[in-house]
Design a protein around this ligand. Structure first.
Ligand SMILES: [Cu+2]
Length: 134
């Protein structure tokens, strides 16, 4: 238990590269954008595969860097090149300003991931791009 805790601490301190060493999933891509004073960070698998359940970790922080709780968060996954149908997973609150959604990419190529976060009735949007291979 202690050893695991120590490992987790090392991961946090030294960065995501070490997550692989600890046997945790490697969320290697960290996106960050500020939309109207709200910072939206997104962590996703760096090299996702198609038709595989993927997790999307969203972290919301305010202008003072404090976690934002109680937001309504969902994602909108689209492909810039073509209509792909609706793919809008809702994120569940995990505490400490973290929200978790899961979905799958249904095709290879470039995807747009829009994170929509509604805080105190104000909608914030951040757009990120990711290429999915087979
Ligand atoms: Cu497509």
């Amino acid at each position: 238990m202690l050893k695991r805790l120590a490992c987790a601490t090392v991961c946090v301190l030294l960065g995501v590269l070490f997550l692989a060493t600890c046997g945790a999933p490697s969320y290697l891509t960290h996106f960050k954008a500020t939309a109207d004073g709200l910072t939206i960070a997104l962590e996703v698998t760096a090299s996702p595969k198609i038709n595989t359940s993927e997790q999307f970790f969203v972290t919301l922080t305010d202008a003072q860097g404090q976690p934002v709780e109680g937001a309504d968060v969902y994602l909108d996954l689209t492909m810039p090149a073509m209509p792909m149908g609706t793919n809008r997973p809702i994120a569940e609150a995990q505490g400490q300003g973290r929200y978790l959604a899961s979905s799958a990419y249904t095709m290879t190529g470039e995807w747009s991931i829009t994170v929509i976060a509604e805080v105190a009735k104000v909608e914030h949007r951040a757009l990120f791009k990711l290429t999915v291979s087979e």
